[in-house]
Ligand binder design. Sequence first.
Ligand SMILES: Cc1ncc(C[n+]2csc(CCOP(=O)(O)OP(=O)(O)O)c2C)c(N)n1
Length: 721
Amino acid sequence: MTAGTSSDNFLIESTEERARIKASLTAQEKVKLYKGMLLTRAVDNALKQLFLSGDITYFSKPFQGKGFRSLGQEAIYGASLRLKTGSGYIDNGVYVGDFAAPLIRDLGVFLSMSGDDVATAINAQAGKSGPPCEGRDFHLGDFSQGLLMAAAPLAIATCTLIGLALSFKRKQESRVCMSFIGDGGTSLGEWHEAINFAAVHQLPMIFCVENNQIALSTPLGQQSRARLFADKALGYGIKALTINGNDIEEVASAFKIAADRARFGSGPVLLELETMRMCGHAHHDDMLYLGKDPLLSFAIEPLKDKGYAHQEQFEKWRQLDPIKLYEDKLIDQGTLCQTKAHDLKEEAKAKVQDAIATIKARPWPRLMAKDAELVFKQPLKFMSKQIRKTEFNFSQDGTNYLQAICEGVRLSFAKHKNALVLGEDVGPPYGNSFMMFKPLMNEYADRFVNAPISENAIVGACVGLALGGMLPIGEMQFNDFIACAMDQLANNAAKTFFRLNRSVPMVMRMPYGGLRSAGPYHSQDTSSWFYRTPGLKIMAPSTPIDAMLMLRRAVDDPDPVLFYEHIALYRDPKIKQDFKAIPHHNIDGASLVHEGDHLSIISYGAYVHVVRSVAEQLSLAHGITADVLDLRYLTPIDFDTIYESIKKTGRVLLVSEDTRVGSILQSIACEIGQELFSYLDAPVTVLGSRNIPVPYAPSLERDFLPTEPEIIDAAIKLINF
Ligand SMILES: Cc1ncc(C[n+]2csc(CCOP(=O)(O)OP(=O)(O)O)c2C)c(N)n1
């Protein structure tokens, strides 16, 4: 392709263009396609057989495993035929080819891109040691060969792919991402967010819809009112095409044109493949769909009258069995003969049997490493076992919290050429809705990437960017909106290292907090939602210097970090700090920001300043002196520092603005009770806000949050216990 060629040269809708590609297929390629479909069906049969037979055992009991079938959809094997995939695209041990995110029905995509790695395909269901993921999930993938692992929430990987595609585009790598989804999955918001994001950014992507006539048990008409799934592309301003998904050469040629187009920079394409699921949704569902468990052969049996599959439709598609059609075609052409076809079937079966034997012999995996080591590339460790004292040294002429975060980003950009900010309204002219990055708009305009209002796309894209070698600093405009992206954060970002054993160096900035009369959707502290989500680190600095240094640490960190920055602190003139103090500043673990003997008060974020004020009042008015600990890190919690302080004081009061019920502090209180019971002179006490949404009116917010007098009362009660 030469520069300057019009994108119209990639005639995605052109039958002639596809015919030209089909005509160029070599005999070798054709046999490869045929063999690939045979292998797909042989593996599919074997997975069903393993499910039924219980041949895999755990402590002598059959382990059926969980698995999905792809009967009738084997032509998807052809998608990657003319793409940049396979061992030829491994350079110095690094995969440099195209990427795909196959779903449960895409065994063929996995096999074709992995060099027919049958053992891994079978082991996904068996759950034994070894690839794809040491038994941690039953979905298939192999990142080192361009295969993102499928996830149960159907559009997860589609959002990851937009980030990966964005990384390819920014690095000017001529690589393409292929997303796969079923007709049912097209109803998911994440899928739409991803397409819109890819269209807006003109990403090198193919969005493949495999319309197999049914989603679990829901027929097309109850899924969508669109005439064709390809029609949906119109709304996103991208090209689309509907093809016969059972014609493997048609599939191969359509993907080739779409990929060329995407590589050229003409943006994404939606390919709808019409096909039919000729098996149940999953192994257990065959009985319901087909009316009985199928005979496991290379043919598709006629339907019995008892299943929920549509009888006439099933029969029509049975006549269009992609393997049978292609076999007949190749025999007609003389590329294949009956004997050779028979031999190839036996070869596929033998290959599968070998793989099963290997997998049966494999040991069962165990969880031997520590929890943090299973979910993080590099668990956070706090070096010092001694309490770190911090003098805040606020200065009227210093830097405020908002400027500090901007400075943290600026220094991270200077250090890492691959760092970028992704979020809503982050780019020029705004520099985010708090104008935080305005000072960087000239120097670093291209590092601030505006996203459509699509929280799932933002989080998923960050995961993909990170996997693609970038250092994304994502932004939730307000942390409250992370609820829209729960799937991408909790099921994607947090689980990627555990499932894929891949580092995900991403930061998600989470502007949060009350004290500003901003109501139920701009004031929450959502950190406790993620405290119990393994795989996410959480930081919550309370001062400008901490914010700047901890943000830099977050960007340098190889794992996903949620960065909770308190909006009420952004422009608070009382907490400005002189950055000259930075060389002596320590951001290791929790810090002691006020010292005393009678009580330990523990908090984080803006409430650190509230409890510090309380500590001073307690000392002046009541002669009670308190340690005040600023946690700074919410995952992991620096328990060593907490315990050291409590061992000295024997009393502990935990205070935050989060609703008390289910807060992080309640969880810490439980640990303290369990570990330090013998040191305690009074019950561990937790103060938080009331168990209602954050109210708007200033009077209501005051009633909602713990007030200074309430904290003082609680402290005195503890002392008098
Ligand atoms: C977000 C989400 N909701 C529900 C499910 C449960 N589920 C798994 S597969 C499936 C049907 C999917 O249908 P479709 O997208 O058409 O793909 P097909 O199974 O037909 O290949 C459902 C409802 C899921 N995995 N993820």
